[in-house]
Ligand binder design. Structure first.
Ligand code: CA
Length: 221
């Protein structure tokens, strides 16, 4: 297992690296978000992410990863203990949380758990008739042919597909799309939905006027 550690604390970073090595894993430690990008490309099995970093906020970095469709498991390591921060992090795409001071045995066990869980979910596929999608690998198919969806189109589809045939309100959808910032505005959402309809078939997403949108998976699609 190969782990990317993004942590600016010059004591904690090497301590985590040593603990991972002792547990039979490999790792690389960087102190700045700017240095992390190149190592993300190496497709680590897990990222350990501090929130307060010299060149930016860890949660914004995480949102950027997810926005680009990068599904690597991420454990946020934070000194912030507020429950709100934890919830924001999980909504923003973190797989787990560790609060400082870090207990190394716990860290090793959490890393193992998220890597196993992500491997299990990697092959998870949702099928709705001719439409299929894999939430973790950011891939979707129509009649077996791979769909070329933008990250936002894909996320809209996943959010609607979580509860097929149910109407998801515009405001809920907007908030789920941008959990760390301003909700996706209605006009922009319409544009993405219109592109998504063009790719998956117009009948698959129904507009319920004044309420929201619904993924149609039955005969009507
Ligand atoms: Ca820090």
């Amino acid at each position: 297992m190969h782990i990317l550690i993004i942590e600016d604390d010059i004591d904690l970073g090497p301590a985590i690296l040593a603990a991972l090595k002792q547990a039979g894993m490999t790792g690389v430690w960087v102190r700045r978000l700017g240095d992390a990008a190149a190592f993300v490309e190496e497709q680590p099995d897990c990222v350990l992410l501090d929130l307060g970093l010299p060149d930016g906020d860890g949660l914004a970095f995480l949102a950027g990863l997810r926005g680009r469709g990068i599904a690597v498991p991420v454990i946020v390591i934070t000194a912030r203990t507020a429950l709100e921060d934890r919830l924001v992090g999980l909504d923003g795409g973190a797989d787990d949380f560790l609060v400082k001071p870090v207990i190394m045995a716990e860290l090793i066990s959490r890393v193992g758990a998220v890597v196993r869980r992500s491997a299990r979910q990697a092959g998870e596929r949702w099928t709705f008739g001719e439409l299929a999608l894999e939430p973790r690998s950011f891939r979707a198919w129509l009649n077996g042919a791979a769909l070329d969806l933008s990250p936002r189109e894909f996320r809209l589809l996943v959010e609607l597909a979580r509860s097929p045939e149910c109407v998801v309100s515009k405001s809920t959808l907007g908030q789920r799309m941008e959990p760390l910032g301003d909700p996706l505005d209605s006009a922009t959402m319409e544009v993405h939905l219109s592109n998504l309809r063009r790719k998956i078939g117009a009948g698959r997403i129904r507009t319920v006027r004044g309420v929201g949108y619904q993924l149609v998976v039955g005969e009507g699609a």
